[in-house]
Design a protein around this ligand. Sequence first.
Ligand code: NDP
Ligand code: GDR
Length: 372
Amino acid sequence: MKKALITGVTGQDGAYLAEFLLGKGYEVHGIKRRTSLFNTDRIDHLYQDPHEKSRRFILHHGDLTDSSSLIRIIQQVRPDEIYNLAAQSHVAVSFEEPEYTANSDALGALRILEAIRILGLEKQTRFYQASTSELFGLVQEIPQKETTPFYPRSPYAVAKLYAYWITVNYREAYGMYACNGILFNHESPIRGETFVTRKITRALARIKLGLQDCLFLGNLDAKRDWGHARDYVEMQWLMLQQDHPEDFVIATGVQYSVRDFVNAAARELGMDIRWEGQGVDEKGYLVHPSPASGGGAGGEGRCIVAVDPRYFRPTEVETLLGDPSKAKEKLGWTPKISFDELVAEMVREDLKAAERDELVKKHGYKAMDYHE
Ligand code: NDP
Ligand code: GDR
């Protein structure tokens, strides 16, 4: 039975990948960091009682900033494959916590690669690094592919640039099977609530049910190439099954703006929305790009989306569009879930969650909320 070790197993991709690998018959080990509250929501359905002898899903406490825990776990598990998915993954937060982001996202990758080397597992353990389209940042070529020059635009992207190159370096220096998946944005109903797609689907569902008044966003014109996380974890696995390690861009090759995403989610919810300047009818919702201009033309409609400059980034990545030709050709990989299906699934799940909150509220209890 093959053994896989996943860092970041409690995150979006970690959860989908663990499920995928269990389905393939792997024994799956996950590293989770210590938190003061339970943070295993995304993997609770995979949990197996530690007393079960034949269990194939095992969690370990560890942290990317702590070499001792990484060496200990890798020594104990001796995995065939390591998927390094753990990271401080929020671009905006990386401007607020640049040093921690570098420690976990850049040095974290180095610590794992060194652990593999220290333990003499270079020829046994394959390594996957979760690289990112953020490396392209201020884009030098459209669409972006494996050979496009990098120009990172945030402490997060700069940290990930180090992780990208240290992975390439260990492959070349020590003959390790180590590779980078340069993944464009991928989303799902279990996407973190503060990334823009999930923030939109969650907020619009709550606005529809009267649980929230307004959604505040930053740059509405930013463009991204959005895929579904379930599709993308399959590629992470495929990358480690080849004869030779190589780096791959993973994307859909289709681009939408944040504004397009709002429109698609609102359409899915049957909400009649108009952007400023298009007029508002009595039943309509007004999606208004400036909070300063208040509730909309002639007091009609209602402002449900407004721009709050607090969500602007000191240096923004305005546009990303991937070219996944190499992955299609060499891995035989192709995304199965379309943009509209992705939005529909996210909206459906967030509407269910909002309905639960509505019920809780109706019975006089306080629904869970989060604060950014
Ligand atoms: P998430 O933010 O959902 O998950 C990140 C995971 O890393 C969580 O399990 C988190 O734990 C864990 N983590 C954070 N810091 C540490 C640390 N110091 N030690 C151990 N674990 C830590 O990210 P995604 O699942 O969306 O992304 C997975 C990876 O892919 C990340 O590296 C991300 O940067 C990268 N990536 C993501 C893309 C996307 O669009 N989703 C695109 C390209 C790359 P906890 O649950 O406790 O917070
Ligand atoms: P990104 O994702 O920065 O691309 O990083 P995010 O969803 O945070 O932002 C996408 C774009 O939307 C704009 N935006 C907002 N973003 C957030 N979070 N909140 C807002 O209110 C808002 N309004 C507009 C942003 O400015 C940006 O242009 C994600 C992460 O998963 C990274 O870990 C990963 O590497 C990349 O995707 C590929």
